[in-house]
Design a protein around this ligand. Sequence first.
Ligand SMILES: NC(=O)c1ccc[n+]([C@@H]2O[C@H](COP(=O)([O-])OP(=O)(O)OC[C@H]3O[C@@H](n4cnc5c(N)ncnc54)[C@H](O)[C@@H]3O)[C@@H](O)[C@H]2O)c1
Ligand SMILES: [Zn+2]
Ligand SMILES: [Zn+2]
Length: 361
Amino acid sequence: MKGVVWDGQKAELVDDLSVRKPGPGEVLVRIEAAGLCHSDLSVINGTIPYETPVVLGHEGAGVVEEVGEGVGNVRPGDHVVLSTLGNCGACEHCERGRPTMCRSTFGLRPQPFTWRGEPAYNFANISCFAEQAVVKANQCVPIPADVPLTSAALVGCGVLTGVGAVLQRAKVEPGSTVAVLGVGGIGLNVIQGARIAGAARIVAVDTNPAKEEAARLFGATDFVNPKDAPDQTAAIKAVIADSAPLGYDYVFECVGHPSLIQTSIAALSWSGTAVLLGVAPFGTKAEFSPFDLYLDKTIMGCRYGSSQPQRDVRRYIDLYRAGRLLLDELVTRTYPIADFHHAVEALEAGELARGVLTLVG
Ligand SMILES: NC(=O)c1ccc[n+]([C@@H]2O[C@H](COP(=O)([O-])OP(=O)(O)OC[C@H]3O[C@@H](n4cnc5c(N)ncnc54)[C@H](O)[C@@H]3O)[C@@H](O)[C@H]2O)c1
Ligand SMILES: [Zn+2]
Ligand SMILES: [Zn+2]
């Protein structure tokens, strides 16, 4: 079958990939659509170190083709959004409703694929830039068949991460002031999460002026391009200075850039919270003054929106069907999987909210 393999030198579409049968508790999914998230690029450019060969893609949706022994939550023919977690369901963290903190699966490197006679790794427990994937049953969340899979795919990472960071991790209160640094697929979902949470000011910040239109569509009340500002933090704080001169209640860093991590902390008001979503290159250090934190300020990391995928995917699909969560508008373009490189180029050129690869036909 076809799939995009990163071999440590190049990422290319191959057609000599195979995946093993689903074992007990596993599901074989025919992938129909998969979003290109920056984290896939981060494997290729070394920001996220990963063993090779690895099949890329971790934001997908498709149709259940076959289930292994003991699988009861999905049946062949079901449409599913895939979650990357595959948590054990039995540990203390799973029982406390925090599957993103399950220790027993994070960092595992399954090798369900075979490529040119060698085992190949899956990425983030999924690998959906391939025609088929084998995942754990609890990674499959069934959705109604009338939701377009090209839109549903984006729930699997961008929506769970961005909206979840607002609602589950930071728990933004109505009336808050929120800054969102980086308006890509993650930032747009933070923006719409903040809108759903009832934030009063949602200030989108991006060095690419073309991002303003989408930011406002998703709920931003203001847009700042700090590129030529002599003081980036001052430019971001100036937007709300009329009502909140000390800074923001919440700042979400959605790029993974050390200087923006510093800006996130510096732009906080007293008792404000900086949520770090962007994945900076492994080993990167960021500086801040501890003195800045004494006024009850908080710095939060956030994995995957601190999500509970079986609950949250259903909630987000319901919000989508109620017209309150935008999914179709996240899809700037679809590309047949053969045009993978065009999607990468467009993402790098800042042309996409999300590019979605299609695997059917
Ligand atoms: N924490 C998690 O669980 C999690 C999950 C998914 C993705 N991520 C990470 O989130 C980050 C964003 O992913 P994405 O898919 O939205 O990426 P993207 O490439 O779609 O968007 C990044 C945006 O940041 C903007 N940008 C770049 N440099 C900037 C700067 N100096 N100032 C302001 N804006 C700047 C770009 O113009 C772009 O709009 C990545 O680091 C990704 O690895 C984290
Ligand atoms: Zn992602
Ligand atoms: Zn667990």
